[in-house]
Design a protein around this ligand. Structure first.
Ligand SMILES: [Zn+2]
Length: 316
């Protein structure tokens, strides 16, 4: 069953997408905290064990500082003194409030995009600025939902791929801020892609989905093995392997080449620019998360309907 696309349908889908985007903001903000709560002992043990490896230890500490909202996680960790309040975060609890003054966000302030505009980007309690990021994510989610359903149709497959896009947006936000791509999102999505393809609920043939998951994982894994041999350190995180396996399971093995190509070119260009800006500002060099570029590659291939042949056509 497919619904004929009309202007009211597009508007409705945009509003639905923007509302989902509002929820994705919550997921990106809370999920890492929930996972940290659950794995607190494991993470702190791991960091103490890793303290010999400077680079890894420092990025771990940075993550910890962010999760705990402090700047002294390293000191606390050495004294074994970090005691997070367990079970504080759930996706649905506590009710959203201003992180600065704890002002409870009213329902009309929470309306996607419009709420932020109505507040002119400031908390109504303490006039602290509210990040542009929130309305931007809502807007972007609305637009991408319309584009993906416009391309695949307003049917079951379009809906499944809208869900795929929503998960990709959450992964991008989490990777940008926390430098992790949680297994809790990527692993079930690999399985879901394979199952949907097996039952013909998405139009990717099962063989392409199955090979996509395997090749997606192994391609980045092998690049990383080479990096380990030559550079003696990780070039790509294990989260990226699973993310590309997920993309492969949903978009098929044939599309992976373009996804990798687009993401590495975009990653290299942005990487060089960012490192230069950092150097000029005298800031420390830091790795750049690869997840957002994989997301970009996946979206370009999905929305422009690129496939292996169209790449060779462009290259000719
Ligand atoms: Zn406030």
């Amino acid at each position: 069953m497919s619904i004929e696309p009309t202007v009211p349908i597009y508007i409705l889908v945009f509003i639905l997408g923007a509302a989902i985007g509002s929820f994705l903001n919550v997921v990106a903000y809370r999920l890492p905290k929930i996972l940290f709560d659950k794995n607190y002992q494991l993470i702190s043990d791991f960091l103490i064990e890793e303290s010999g490896k400077r680079q890894r230890f420092l990025s771990g500490i940075k993550l910890l500082d962010k999760l705990l909202n402090r700047h002294d996680a390293a000191v606390l960790l050495e004294k074994q003194k970090i005691l997070p309040v367990q079970g504080l975060w759930y996706l649905s609890k506590p009710q959203s409030s201003c992180p600065n003054c704890n002002h409870r966000i009213k329902f009309y302030e929470n309306i996607p995009i419009l709420g932020w505009l109505f507040l002119r980007g400031k908390c109504s309690g303490c006039h602290q600025k509210i990040s542009m990021r929130y309305p931007l994510v809502e807007f972007l989610t609305g637009v991408l939902t319309v584009l993906v359903m416009g391309r695949l149709g307003f049917n079951v497959e379009g809906l499944f791929f809208a869900f795929f896009v929503w998960i990709i947006i959450s992964l991008t936000l989490i990777d940008l801020e926390f430098r992790i791509l949680p297994d809790e999102l990527t692993n079930p999505m690999i399985w879901l892609g394979l199952i949907l393809s097996y039952f013909g609920l998405i139009s990717v043939p099962f063989k392409a989905a199955f090979l996509g998951a395997i090749i997606g994982y192994l391609s980045l894994w092998s690049i990383n093995q080479i990096a380990l041999l030559i550079l003696k350190r990780d070039g790509i995180g294990a989260g990226d392997f699973k993310f590309l396996a997920m993309i492969g399971a949903w978009q098929g093995a044939g599309n992976l080449f373009n996804v990798i190509l687009i993401s590495s070119i975009a990653g290299a260009v942005v990487g060089i620019v960012v490192q230069n800006i950092r150097r000029q500002k005298g800031e420390q060099d830091d790795a750049i998360p690869y997840g957002p570029f994989l997301a970009l590659g996946s979206m370009v291939v999905l929305l422009l309907n690129l496939n292996a042949e169209s790449f060779f056509y462009l290259a000719r």
